[in-house]
Design a protein around this ligand. Structure first.
Ligand code: NAP
Length: 251
């Protein structure tokens, strides 16, 4: 996959899936900036590991739900490296509750962090991408966008919103050389899923046709493809990376 010399920004790059995406893009030759919220130690370690291997990587502390912080992060990258080619909107959270128990704050926190952040970063990224007539935007959805999981109304709404937003954005900027796609992971082993997986034991693994949880690298490989030159004829799509979880078979 050719991303050599491309400039990339990944949100939520300090842990889990985002960290694997930062590594995949950097190792494939891109210059990578990544956003984290609070986990500075993890962010510093990634920068140390990758720069010591000769890769160009740095971290930006920002809250993706804040428009001004998204604008500043994109400006920071463009002023440092002169361009922005690849944007991966990966940062996300869960605050699972049944609707009657869900506070307005839990609703807004998930919608703002998962969905409004995608608007915040895409809007700021479009101009620099248009001026190069090249852009790759990959937004992190989830199989939960299509599921009806009790307790995930806020999360499912945010992810379904990301998919709708991405389709519209794809049509608006396709003629400018900018593609916009989503990746929808199934169950991936990260901090986000550890509690569910521990509680459900082998039930989760057994519900997946390939009989294993996904690794962050499984998602990073799909993102790398959608961020590369080679994916130029794919836009407005949702790529499920879920080991067959959504195929609906009998196992
Ligand atoms: P994770 O391990 O919990 O990591 C979340 C990342 O997002 C961290 O880097 C965190 O930064 C960052 N973040 C959270 N809120 C932020 C904010 N307001 N501003 C800036 N950064 C913020 O999550 P993950 O499992 O890797 O999930 C990554 C994405 O994949 C999410 O969008 C999630 O919805 C999606 N996804 C995950 C799964 C799964 O099975 N894991 C399945 C489907 C979809 P700090 O380290 O500083 O806290």
């Amino acid at each position: 996959m050719n991303v050599s010399e491309r400039v990339a920004l990944v949100t939520g790059g300090s842990r889990g899936i985002g960290k694997a995406i930062v590594f995949a893009l950097a190792k494939a030759g891109a210059k990578v900036a990544f956003v984290y919220q609070s986990n500075q130690e993890a962010a510093d370690q990634i920068v140390t590991d990758l720069t010591s291997q000769g890769h160009e990587v740095y971290a930006i502390k920002a809250d993706v739900s804040q428009k001004s912080e998204a604008d500043a992060a994109i400006e920071n990258v463009v002023s440092k490296w002169g361009r922005l080619d690849i944007l991966v909107n990966n940062a996300g959270i869960i605050r699972d509750k049944l609707v009657l128990a869900m506070s307005a704050e839990e609703w807004h926190e998930v919608i703002n962090t998962n969905l409004s952040s995608v608007f915040n970063f895409c809007q700021a990224a479009i101009r620099p991408m248009m001026s190069n007539r090249f852009g790759r935007i990959v937004n992190m959805s989830s199989v939960a966008a299509d599921f009806s999981n009790p307790g995930q109304a806020n999360y499912a709404a945010s992810k379904a919103g990301i998919e709708g937003f991405s389709r519209c954005l794809a049509t608006e900027y396709a003629k400018r050389g900018i593609t916009v796609n989503c990746v929808a992971p199934g169950f991936i082993e990260t901090d986000m899923t550890v509690a569910v997986v521990n509680a459900a034991g082998d039930k989760v693994k057994n519900s997946i046709p390939v009989k294993r949880l996904g690794k962050p690298e499984d998602i990073a490989n799909a993102v790398l493809f959608l961020a590369s030159e080679e994916s130029s004829y794919i836009t407005g799509q949702v790529l499920k990376v879920d080991g067959g979880l959504t195929l609906g078979g009998m196992g």
